[in-house]
Design a protein around this ligand. Structure first.
Ligand code: NAD
Length: 248
């Protein structure tokens, strides 16, 4: 492990265009559980609240669950050391962009600037008619469903629901970043959710080296990962950061 950490630190230090690809695991230490698994969000809530057809038919019921998960709960979570190390690496010029599947806004809160939100962001709401954006603090979420102040339409959280396409801009930028990068740091994802899961694979096909951080092996580990660093995202990233700055 120590040797793998040193190899990874060396690769990062010598990279020209590294990107990170993050999933629910990076936010577990912020208290946000993954969706699936015994302690996952879907053990408490019914995933149909994020089904587009159900949302259109039953906006009040959907919004009751959405408020409880994404505003009463996600909205209070704070970024952790793993998010912060990525923001520091960007500031140092060692990380070009983050492609994230997460919708919790924690990369941005930690200070990361170039974040491609593959599945959108739960901390914004959008009017499907006039595209007006709202932040949670701009609305009274005691009255559900929240409505647009311009046209009265029911607002939708600005993340990808089941049955919805990937935001075009994030998709295009993520794919381009994958094809241009030389190292991908995969953090806390099973690699099971398509089409997001193909981003590291595209990068590896185009010649990038894959470093992976996860508490468990993932779909990538035996296939494309060059260095697998097993452990919690914050612990491994802090160790990497220390090794990188030692080598400066
Ligand atoms: P996932 O739930 O399928 O997998 C989580 C991964 O994180 C697992 O591989 C697990 O071993 C790993 N992990 C758990 N704790 C970790 C830790 N402390 N450090 C490092 N790794 C850890 O997550 P996914 O692959 O991102 O896919 C789930 C989908 O659900 C995504 O599309 C995402 O949009 C969404 N989601 C987002 C959030 C969020 O925004 N925080 C939370 C739950 C789910």
């Amino acid at each position: 492990m120590e040797n793998d950490l040193k190899r990874a630190a060396e690769l990062i230090k010598n990279s020209n265009s590294m990107i990170a690809f993050t999933g629910a695991g990076i936010s577990v230490e912020s208290g946000i559980p993954p969706f699936r698994g015994p302690d996952g969000l879907w053990s408490k809530y019914d995933p149909k609240c994020l089904d587009l057809d159900y949302f259109h038919e039953y906006p009040k019921e959907s919004w009751t669950a959405i408020k409880s998960i994404f505003y009463d709960f996600f909205g209070k979570a704070k970024y952790n050391k793993a998010h912060k190390v990525l923001a520091n690496l960007e500031k140092e010029g060692l990380l070009k962009a983050i492609v994230t599947q997460n919708i919790d806004n924690l990369h941005q809160e930690a200070g990361s600037k170039q974040v491609f939100e593959f599945h959108g962001n739960s901390q914004r709401m959008i009017c499907p008619i006039c595209d007006q954006m709202y932040l949670p603090g701009e609305l009274d979420l005691n009255k559900l469903p929240p409505r647009c102040k311009n046209d009265g339409e029911v607002l939708k959280p600005d993340f990808v629901f089941f049955g919805e396409g990937i935001p075009e801009d994030a998709y295009r930028k993520s794919l381009l970043a994958a094809r241009m990068c030389d190292v991908v740091l995969i953090i806390g994802t099973t690699g099971e959710v398509m089409p997001a899961a193909m981003i590291p694979t595209e990068a590896q096909r185009a010649g990038a080296t894959i470093i992976e951080i996860n508490t468990e092996p993932s779909n990538y580990t035996d296939k494309i990962t060059e260095i697998f660093l097993q452990g919690k995202a914050s612990e491994i990233l802090v160790q990497l950061q220390d090794l990188i700055s030692l080598k400066k």
